[in-house]
Design a protein around this ligand. Structure first.
Ligand SMILES: [Fe+2]
Length: 440
């Protein structure tokens, strides 16, 4: 079985896409950008005396980041309640608790503005909460069929500003919120331009408290976005939706996403060793945050592909960190199986990664990226050697994982540059069990 690249073929004319667009939140980036939070909110129409909600987790409260944000609000004449119950890789019931908190405190109209502070989990909780308050109902209503009801969000809601404390997920600019659907054993996204934040404030001083292992894991996610975005289909190789409103949020690579991918791969691969080994290296942190932003602009517009599709069933069943899952799957999927789709592009990818490809043939250069990526992971010294070490997954689990991937991740597989069958996916999972020989 391979995937038709059409945008639901029976409903649309089978013509190639000819148009791309780029939708982004306002972006404010740099050291002490958080000091401009009040100004940012004012630009979104949040006026003196407004009362908002800060969605975050307990760790960020303990680290003092939440109070730093609240100080900026106070200085701007604003107030905010704090919801610090965010769950890692949030389930729908965890997000529902945040939504209930809003309804209990403020009634159905919710808060005047929303802030999300943290990693992808906090940002996705904030995005979903704002969307549900604005549109009514519950998260499952807006998750694609057959998991959810597949209704469309029509309202954006009151202003939402996101402040990432990791350099990785890209949730601060992406049009997707990822939730785990516990009863069905899968992770799904609410995908809509209405779920996207209005602004992202990226301040590298918020990222220096990130421990080395989380720095490494989130960096692998960011690299995944950059590389998957760089190697997915061009927008005009996908089919055109009859209505521009039906154009999927992951719409293929464009001249703009290509530029961001290339810079992101250089920044992330060139700075991650420094950021992991010395968390206080602010220059490396700034470069990582910028690389992650650029990777997200590229990959989360062009579209993540096979590796992300395979990561969701793993994350949901074994509760692994998303970035760590991407780290163990990327060599076999994006850099292994997919490299045959366009060797010249993968050879260029190796150069961007810092490999000296002088004297190599195209195929040899294309294959060298996988080795360079594995060398990088081993240098970081905090990542698992493969799927087996990450989750204890064995051969017996692979059929189930392959089936879940092809059945639940069509949104991502549609963009994969090389068609995949269920058997292919199983083989790629098997290939990812041991990326290198674990010690001991
Ligand atoms: Fe990701």
């Amino acid at each position: 079985m391979s995937y038709d690249r059409s945008v639901s073929a029976p409903e649309h004319e089978l013509e190639a896409e000819t148009v791309w667009n780029l939708q982004m939140p306002q972006i404010r980036f740099g050291r002490d950008a958080v000091g401009e939070l009040g100004h940012q909110l004012a630009e979104l129409g949040v006026t003196d005396g407004a009362h908002g909600l800060l969605v975050t987790d307990e760790t960020l409260v303990d680290l003092g980041h939440a109070s730093r944000v609240r100080e900026e609000l106070t200085a701007a004449g604003l107030t905010a309640d704090v919801y610090d119950g965010v769950e890692r890789e949030p389930s729908i019931s965890a997000v529902n608790e945040c939504i209930e908190f809003v309804r209990d405190e403020q009634g159905p109209d919710g808060y005047d503005f929303y802030l999300g502070l943290g990693g992808g989990s906090a940002l996705d909780t904030a995005k979903t909460t704002r969307a549900i308050i604005a549109n009514g109902g519950e998260p499952l209503d807006y998750i694609a069929e057959p998991t959810g009801s597949g209704e469309s969000l029509t309202e954006t809601g009151n202003p939402l500003v996101l402040l990432p404390t990791t350099a990785g997920t890209g949730s601060e600019i992406s049009p997707v919120a990822i939730l785990s659907v516990e009863e069905k054993g899968i992770k799904e996204g609410i995908s809509s331009n209405h779920v996207r934040a209005d602004a992202a404030v990226l301040d590298p001083t918020l990222t220096t408290t990130l421990p080395a292992d989380v720095t490494a894991k989130t960096a692998m996610d960011a690299l995944g976005h950059a590389i998957e975005g760089y190697t997915t289909h061009e927008y005009d190789q996908l089919l055109r939706a009859a209505d521009p409103g039906d154009r999927p949020v992951y719409a293929g690579r464009t001249p703009v996403t290509e530029m961001f991918s290339e810079k992101a791969i250089e920044l992330l691969s060139g700075n991650v060793r420094r950021a992991v080994n010395n968390g206080d290296d602010l220059e490396a942190r700034e470069n990582m945050l910028q690389g992650a932003l650029f990777g997200a602009i590229a990959g989360l517009t062009a579209g993540a592909s096979l590796c992300h599709a395979m990561a969701y069933p793993i994350g949901n069943r074994y509760h692994t960190y998303h970035g760590e899952t991407i780290a163990v799957l990327t060599p076999a999927s994006t850099l292994g199986y997919n490299a045959a789709s366009d060797p010249e592009r993968f050879a260029r990818l190796a150069e961007l990664f810092g490999v000296d490809t002088t004297g190599m043939g195209t195929r040899e250069a294309a294959d060298s990226i996988k080795e360079a990526y594995l060398d990088l992971q081993q240098d970081l010294n905090v990542l698992p050697s493969g799927l087996a070490e990450l989750t204890g997954v064995g051969e017996d689990d692979l059929d189930w994982l392959a089936e879940r991937t092809v059945e639940t991740q069509k949104r991502l597989l549609r963009c994969n540059p090389r068609p995949v069958t269920k058997d292919d996916v199983r083989d790629i999972f098997a290939d990812a069990l041991y990326n290198w020989q674990p010690e001991g």
